[in-house]
Write a protein that binds this ligand. Structure first.
Ligand code: IFM
Length: 424
């Protein structure tokens, strides 16, 4: 039976939306994704990010005002490393100034800002040195974080160092759908370990400049669910360990566990480097043993229905999984935010219901005692969806990429009501 009771959130609970620099800014030509797009067959619909939603060119302010008009309380965005540090050690004052302009406009519109320092893209100079396989990149990243905190910290409610390090490690290093396209399972633990070092250094650097800053990290944590008991359970457990649990353990205790390190290895500065944690949650993967799927560690994803294209699978919409992961993240003992949750749905037929059911799942976690303080829907508007290009639409607001026109979808109205009432 469907439970239609109105569920109320506490008065300071934040409802917002999320975007990332490369996906919306446009005009970026000096990073690894720009080079990746230029290789044949890397983007499924053949598109390039190009001018994207033209935030850098001037439309950020208007879109953030629209976000506020749609009732949102906060926005989560990211910074573009290749703009801010075009050469190692040389920072670009004009780029910092433009972010100041955008952030000031967001604050003037009444939005709180959650800012991720790095959301996937690396400057070309960093890619040339081996991307996250290069241990020294962690120190460079810490330098960037310190500079960001001193230039922009006064406008930011909370910083996240990195977005979805496990996704980067698995898709770009174990896999080959994203840069650097290593296709070598041995590279994923190296990259992930270096990103955790970068988080530790970035956290410490921000705190040394701005001790009051709230600094966290954002993890993508799907719900890996065995189809049957026995081997499926073991495989789902392994996938979850390698993707999520090993990162949670590192954040909690400060140690890298296998497969990140042969023996537990301490990362200086990592233990306690967490004021809050972000959960990106899209769905459930049903894991079934399949000897012909070594690339999936022999655990194929077989859930039905699922939200997918030929290249990407976001899993089965499964709100109970969101509640479960919130409980799990809550055990870290810091406030939890749902920093992304959304659905690829070009016709906006599934999104309204998806939205309501997932917000209800967040409420359940809160009533069960999890210190969850906000929910950011992915995304404010249609944007460049990485290897999928512009074919998969996640926006509450539809974007016509020919004319640049914006049109709020029905789901934007549904969300407006949720934000206005702080209830669902
Ligand atoms: O668009 C991405 C985002 O950049 C990171 N999390 C998942 C989203 C949807 O695939």
């Amino acid at each position: 039976m469907v439970d239609l009771a109105v569920l109320r959130f506490p008065p300071r609970f934040l409802f917002g939306t999320a975007t990332s620099s490369y996906q919306v800014e446009g005009g970026l030509t000096d990073n690894d994704w720009y080079d990746w797009e230029g290789l044949p067959g890397r983007i499924r619909d053949g598109s390039r990010a190009g001018s994207a939603c033209d935030w850098w060119g001037g439309r950020a302010e208007e879109d953030l005002r629209l976000s506020a008009e749609l009732g949102h309380h906060a926005h989560r965005c990211s910074l573009e490393w290749s703009r801010l540090e075009p050469e190692p050690g040389r920072f670009d004052d004009a780029a910092f100034a433009r972010y100041r302009e955008i952030f000031t406009a967001a604050r003037d519109a009444g939005l709180e800002l959650f800012v991720t320092v790095n959301h996937f893209t690396l400057p070309r100079w960093a890619a040339a040195r081996g991307s996250w396989l290069h241990r020294g990149l962690a120190d460079r990243f810490a330098g960037l974080c310190g500079r960001v905190a001193s230039e922009l910290g006064d406008l930011v409610t909370a910083f996240a160092t990195l977005n979805e390090p496990s996704v980067v490690a698995f898709i770009g290093y174990a896999g080959h759908l994203w840069p650097p396209g290593m296709k070598d399972p041995a590279c994923a633990p190296v990259a992930l370990s270096n990103m955790l070092r970068a988080h530790a250094g970035g956290y410490r650097a921000i705190k040394s400049v701005a001790p009051e800053a709230q600094v966290g990290i954002v993890l993508n944590a799907p719900y890996f669910d065995p189809v049957e008991a026995g081997i499926d359970r073991a495989l789902a457990g392994m996938q979850d360990w390698a993707f999520t649990e090993v990162v949670l353990r590192a954040l909690k205790g400060g140690y890298l566990w296998p497969p990140l390190s042969f023996v537990p290895a301490r990362v200086p500065g990592l233990a306690g480097a967490l004021d809050w944690i972000g959960l990106n949650y899209y769905g459930r993967f049903g894991v079934r043993f399949d000897p012909s799927a070594p690339e999936m560690f022999f655990g194929r994803h077989v859930q039905e229905p699922t939200v997918k294209t030929e290249w990407t699978d976001w899993g089965q919409p499964w709100p109970d999984g969101l509640t479960a992961q919130l409980h799990r993240f809550g055990k870290l003992g810091v406030p939890v935010y749902v920093t992304e949750n959304g659905i690829y749905d070009n016709t906006d037929t599934q999104r309204p219901d998806f939205l309501r059911r997932h917000v209800r799942a967040v409420h359940r976690a809160w009533t069960e005692g999890v210190d969850v303080r906000g929910y950011f829907h992915w995304s404010l508007l249609d944007n460049f969806e990485w290897a999928e290009g512009y074919a998969t639409h996640f926006g509450l607001v539809e974007v016509d990429f020919e004319t640049g026109a914006r049109k709020p979808r029905h789901s934007a109205e549904v969300y407006r009501q949720i934000c206005a009432d702080r209830a669902v």
